[in-house]
Design a protein around this ligand. Structure first.
Ligand code: FES
Length: 339
């Protein structure tokens, strides 16, 4: 089973949620039908107590709000950036690692809503910036919006392994980015650059230019271009550069921002070079409801255990490290292990 499970909403204004009402709370054993208290991870408040105080009901879930589009800028014919005016309370929470929102065209059915990572959030002005790549019916509908758009949020599970990023202080991080998935890493870079050194290895993927390169440089990261993959997997150039970086610096965390195949290549390769590096990954699961209800984001772990990756945090090594290396997931002694 997954050893590291944390609910991203635990202790927030949206906790307890629908799951508690239906005996499926991720953290609270009593709201999972057990008779004893055995909190998986203490989040600072007693979820069971909150549930009782709330008349044995879940808190009001997030709702769509109609928001004004302040600007729309195409950076390629199929990629554009939207600046959206949102409630300040929403923008404040979205100014965090892993932030994303659901967007849909006003008056479209809720099935058109799609999760989009937040690249920037100005909590004073109440403005968020998102980058959208048009590649399907939902994003085409968003592309048709010019004045207003429906926004639902805030959601924060866009990056897995957030605990490992947050735990680093005055440390070193290596971001490995391929394609537009890197947009989720941008917020993490902004949040961490004040206290940490961040090196970014960036691959344009299947595009002519990686338009994220300049954003990471502006944030203050040291950016280097390369081509990570070839037809066999990690390219010689990719392996060489990753090894050079790791040999020269003692990184605390590596953040992989690409697809799941990319995460797997990166984690297995880096772990062989330095078993002490922790990993974070951008969340590529198919997120549909974002509330732990529909099950579209369910991931299976060892021994048929499963988690809903829209709400639950896991250690990316538990999912991507190959079976023969899985005994190396934890680099601490058993008694120190919090996973
Ligand atoms: S997206 Fe519906 S359960 Fe995760």
């Amino acid at each position: 089973m997954f050893r590291y499970v944390e609910c991203i909403d635990a202790g927030s204004e949206y906790c307890p949620c629908y799951l508690a009402e239906h005996g499926e709370c991720i953290i609270c054993s009593q709201l999972k039908g057990k008779e004893f208290c055995d909190c998986l991870n203490w989040s600072g408040t007693c979820i069971y107590q909150e549930y009782l105080w709330n008349n044995e009901k879940g808190k009001k879930p997030r709702q769509f709000v109609k928001c004004r589009i302040l600007s729309k800028q195409y950076i390629r014919e199929d990629v554009f950036i939207l600046k959206i005016k949102v409630p300040k309370s929403m923008a404040r929470i979205l100014d965090n690692i892993g932030a994303y929102v659901f967007l849909r065209k006003n008056n479209d059915d809720v099935v058109f809503s799609t999760p989009i990572s937040v690249a920037e959030s100005d909590s004073l002005a109440g403005v968020i910036k998102v980058m959208i790549k048009v590649n399907g019916i939902k994003t085409k509908a968003i592309d048709e919006c010019s004045d207003f758009i429906s926004v639902k949020g805030p959601y924060l599970n866009g990056i897995q392994g957030q605990r490992f990023i947050r735990d680093v202080n005055n440390g070193k991080m290596l971001f490995l980015i391929r394609g537009t998935a890197g947009i989720s890493a941008l917020m993490a870079a902004k949040k961490c650059i004040k206290d940490n050194e961040i090196d970014v290895l960036i691959d344009k993927g299947r595009h002519e230019k990686n338009f994220l390169e300049d954003y990471f440089s502006e944030v203050g990261c040291a950016v280097n271009r390369l081509s990570f993959l070839d037809e066999k997997g990690l390219s010689d150039e990719g392996k060489y550069k990753i090894k050079e970086y790791i040999k020269n610096k003692q990184y605390d965390v590596a953040l992989s921002a690409g697809n799941d195949g990319f995460h797997s290549q990166i984690i297995n390769y880096i772990n062989k070079i330095d078993g002490g590096i922790k990993f974070a990954t951008v969340n590529n699961s198919i997120i549909c409801c974002g509330e732990g209800i529909c099950g579209s984001c369910t991931l299976s772990g060892i021994s048929n255990s499963s988690i809903k990756s829209c709400k639950q945090q896991y250690n990316p090594m538990e999912l991507f490290l190959k079976a023969d290396d899985s005994d190396k997931i934890c680099c601490k002694k058993d008694e120190e292990c919090k996973l």
